[in-house]
Each structure stands twice: as C-alpha cells, then as structure tokens.
Design a protein around this ligand. Sequence first.
Ligand code: GUN
Length: 298
Amino acid sequence: MTVAKRIDGKAKAAELAESISRETAALLKEHGVTPGLAVVIIGEDPASQVYVRNKKRTAESCGFHSVQHTLPENVSQPDVLQLINELNNDDAIHGILVQLPLPDHLNEQAITQAIAPSKDVDGFHFVNIGKLTAGHTSDAFVPCTPAGCMLMIEDELGSDLSGKNAVVIGRSNIVGKPMASLLLQANATVTVTHSRTRNLPQVVAGADIIVAAVGRADMVKADWVKPGAVIIDVGINRVEKTIDGETRMVLTGDVDFDDVSTVAGAVTPVPGGVGPMTITMLMANTLRSARLAAGLVA
Ligand code: GUN
C-alpha cells in the first residue's frame, strides 16, 4: 500500500529552469548581460565528470555563457589558484565552481576560499556561510543542494515551518550544516544528527521533516518515520540490486523509498528528486550573481 506523494524534483527543476531561461533572455535584451558560469574540474573522477557535464548542458540550455576548465590530476596548487584569480577578474564570469572532491595533494579549503564571495555560486566561501548562518539568507549565496531541498519542503509545507520538527541526518558542510541553517531560518525546530548520534531511529521518529544526507543506501526505514512526514533524500549510492533475477548496479538514496512510502506524507525519489534541483539552483545562483554585477537588485 502506497500512501506518500512522490515529489517530482525533475519536473520542478525543469519548470524553474524555464523561468531562469526567460529571465536570462530579458537580462540580455534589457541590459546586454549574459550570465557566465565557469566550472573547474580536476582529474578523472567519473562521477564528477557526469555532474560537470550535466551542469554545462543545463547552463547552455538556460542561455548562459558556459566555460569548463579541465585540469590534470597532478596540477599544482599555485596553478589552480592562478586560474581562480583569472576567473575572479573576468567580467564575463559571474559564477565559479570547482568540482569536489579534489585530488589529495590539493588544499580544498585554500581553493574554495580563493573564489571571490561575489562569484561563489556554490556558497562555500566563509563570507557566504557566515551570512547564511547569521540569517542573512537573502544576501548570501546558499549552497545549491540545501537550497533545492528547501524549495521542495516549502512546496509541501509552506515557507513558515513554525512548530515543525526537522531532523537532518548528516553534518557535512555542503548539505547538513547549511540545511540546518535554512530550516532554522524558516522557524523549524532543528536537530542535526550524525554518526555519533545515539538512538537515531527514535530521534528521526519525532520528525515532521527528514532530510537524509549520509551516503548509506536505504538506511531510513518505514518504522523510523512519523505518519505524514515529508522526506527529502539527498543520498546517491551505487549499489548492486537483483531485480527479476538480474543483478545490476543501480542508484539508490539514503531512504528506502518503497518502505517509507507506506507511512510518509511525501518523499523525493532517487534519481529524479534532489539531483535535478541542485543543478537548477546553481543556475539560479549564477543568474543572481549576473544581475547583481549588472547593478540590479537580485
Ligand atoms: N561535489 C559534490 N557536490 C558538489 C557541489 O555541490 N559543489 C561542488 N563544487 N562539488 C560538489
């Protein structure tokens, strides 16, 4: 028996991308500005290559100026910093993204902090993290994945989450921590759980909103879930599954979708939930940066 609504992130992302395309065309027509996104990829990580290809394709379909810098696995730290410096000073570029993870010899923090905060469309610079944490969300670049999750939560529950309990599973800088800040800003009562949390299923059982971002396939089960809860699944795990006697690699989230769907109010699928929204939020951040650079109110 299925009761939960399947939240269609792919359809919502496509709708948003359409309005970004329209606004991009208007920005060019009225102000002569085309949003520019530079994506830097270092090394040969296959998953990163897929993500970067999707980002480039979406940027082009929105009418952006899109550039990709592919650097070899053994590139030096000064060479990466020099490229970032050039992009910081390039007026045609409004957003800079360095795809993570980086090879071990590179200093991730020095690289992400070298990006100008005004072009930090990933929201990883300490200036943007500080603004978000201090509640200045309208003035910050918010990391794309939590920003996309928040839009889907708002669709289900509205923008004021007063009285709602939200449980975030995972405390990463990319998802867990900024997600908690956004939920708090929307007046939810927020619990951030992680690998050292005791009695996780009981903690999750009190949640009206669950955001799972741990990287453990199918971890969240129906008996963890409060009836009617809204569940956002950020996980993308590659696992072997046997379907109709045939074993193959499939993508699955951190949430056991079929199981929780018997109890929850609404759930995002994997794939087709958070992933497409993340890419579209990158475009939204880049458009916003271009509008700000053109002297327009974001
Ligand atoms: N790798 C996985 N997710 C992300 C992201 O949101 N931004 C960047 N730059 N790298 C990532």
